[in-house]
Every structure is written in C-alpha cells, then in structure tokens.
Design a protein around this ligand. Structure first.
Ligand code: SF4
Length: 297
C-alpha cells in the first residue's frame, strides 16, 4: 500500500478539530514518532537555539569568509541601526531580523558553527526571525522551543513533498523553505491559530516561488547571505498577513507542491551549478577566475 505523504493541511485540520494549538498537536505527534518525552523534545530544541544564538554573536563580531568575498555586513548594519542619524526604512523588528539572519549567513561562510535549518545556505532565516521576535516580544525559552517544533515539522512536510536542497529545487527550496518554516513558527509563537500557520506557509512560498540557486563560484556567499536577510523579511511579512486574518487562496500543501513543480522545471544552470543567474554575471566570472587561480597555486 502506498504510504500517504505528510500533509500540513492534515495536521492543521486535526489540531483545529481537537481545538489544540498547532504547537501542542505537533509536540504530541513528534513524541509519538520519535518515542521521546516532551521534555526531551523541547530540550533538543533549546540546544539548537543555543547554537543559533552563538552563530548570531559570531557573525556580529564582523567575521570575514575564507574566500574574502563576504563578511562584516551584519556588524555594519547593526552599527548603522545603533546610530541615531540612521534612517531605518524597515523599522527595528525587521532590521533586527535582517541583522541576525545576515550574521548567521556570515558565520556559515566563515566556517563557523551553525544549525542547518533547513540547510547551511539558509541557516540565517530562522535565527533572524526567532531572535528578533524574542527581543521585541520578550518570548520565553519555552515559546521559542515550541516554535522550533513547529518550524521543524513544517520542514519535514516540505522535505517529503518537495525538497530542501538548492541543487534539487533552487533557492526557493532552501531560503524559501526556511522563510515558510519561520513564518509558520512566528505565527505559532505569537498565538495564531493552526489555520493561520498554514496561511503564513502558503504566503511565504507564493512570494519566493521561482527563486533560483546561483551561487558565485559555487560558494555559499553571494547571493546567499543577503537572501537569508530577504527571506527573514518574507517570513515576517507572511506571518503579519496571516495574523491580520488575511487568508491564502492557495493552501499550504498546494503551495509546497507548486514549489516542487517549479523546482523540477528549473534548468540545471539554476540549481547550484553556478551556471546561471548571478553566478554568470561579468563581476562573478571575473572574481571566480581569480579565486580559482589563487587556489590552484
Ligand atoms: S543561492 Fe543556492 S547555495 Fe545560495 S542559499 Fe540559495 S540555494 Fe543555497
């Protein structure tokens, strides 16, 4: 008998039927699947949050990547934000999310320790959203742990129905999935309903559909790091719309399936091969030539 695919729609319907929050429903689901206690599950989430927090700190110290291509932007933006003459177009919550997401992206490019949530390339999005919300809404550790369960469970559905890899589905599958995971978790952490979590996931995917994977010289630096910041913002946008009661004509599972079909249709040049997009711009090609020549010596 064919195994039924994981369904976010199904989980949402069950949680609504039992009048449970999606976090409570998913904690019970994961306890059954992993045969562990709620305490153990949440402790694991805390371990990951601790690593994420250290990655943010490391990135904010102004680290440079080994290639020399990137680094220092998280620190630069944090310093600009702290300057009273700086005109912030986004506002503090959004700018902080970008700062933290960029910091983790830079930590990753500098070979620092990160949580691949869902991948190393997209590892900044979740910390960006989580630590900005923690700062601005004084979220408790437990709320953050529960948010991580929601984010991780959304990631499981995406992994099964589509993909989390840029090499398979383009950057929409990496940074886009991270945006969807963070959006759903943000709604959950701020007290939204299971349906609103699904709406946020669907909106996040609608807004990143078609995003290609085109790393300069094949390094997870340009455009990856800035995309982490951009996808943290997409997550906040999707969460805000869902929490405002705006609905999505396309539901979460359908949006994930649409992401897969677009990923399947993308040419190889736009799936982590550095054969298209930003990777083949004159600036990128010139830099890559010098970089490879330096490394061949
Ligand atoms: S562009 Fe490619 S390598 Fe970079 S973050 Fe996106 S999916 Fe990952």
């Amino acid at each position: 008998m064919k195994k039924e695919m994981l369904s976010l729609n199904g989980w949402i319907a069950e949680a609504e039927e039992w009048q449970q929050s999606l976090a409570d429903f998913l904690i019970e689901y994961n306890m059954r699947e992993l045969e562990c206690s709620a305490e153990d599950l949440l402790a694991k989430m805390q371990e990951m949050l601790d690593v994420m927090e250290k990655s943010v700190e490391h990135g904010l110290s102004g680290v440079k990547s080994h290639s020399g291509l990137t680094g220092g932007d998280a620190k630069r933006l944090a310093e600009a934000e702290a300057d009273e003459r700086f005109i912030s177009l986004l506002g503090e919550k959004a700018t902080d999310a970008v700062i933290y997401a960029t910091a983790v992206g830079e930590c990753n490019a500098a070979m620092g320790r990160i949580v691949a949530a869902p991948t190393a390339g997209a590892s900044g999005v979740l910390p960006g959203v989580f630590f900005s919300l923690k700062k601005h809404y004084q979220l408790s550790d437990e709320t953050m742990q529960r948010g991580m369960v929601v984010a991780g469970s959304i990631g499981m559905v995406i992994a099964e129905r589509a993909s989390l890899a840029g090499a398979t589905g383009g950057c929409q599958a990496e940074c886009g999935s991270a945006a969807a995971m963070a959006a759903g978790a943000a709604v959950s952490m701020l007290g939204g309903t299971p349906k609103q979590v699904g709406t946020a996931v669907a909106i996040a995917f609608k807004n990143v559909l078609g995003l290609v994977c085109d790393p300069v010289a094949g390094l997870v630096e340009v455009p990856c790091i800035k995309r982490n910041g951009a996808c943290a913002l997409q997550a906040l946008l999707a969460a805000e719309l869902a929490l405002a009661g705006i609905t999505s004509f396309i539901n979460a599972d359908e949006a994930i399936d649409a992401m897969k079909s677009v990923g399947d249709a993308l040419p190889c040049a736009l799936k982590e091969t550095a054969g298209g997009g930003m990777a083949v711009t004159p600036s990128a090609i010139e830099w890559a030539k010098k970089y490879f020549a330096r490394n061949d010596q």
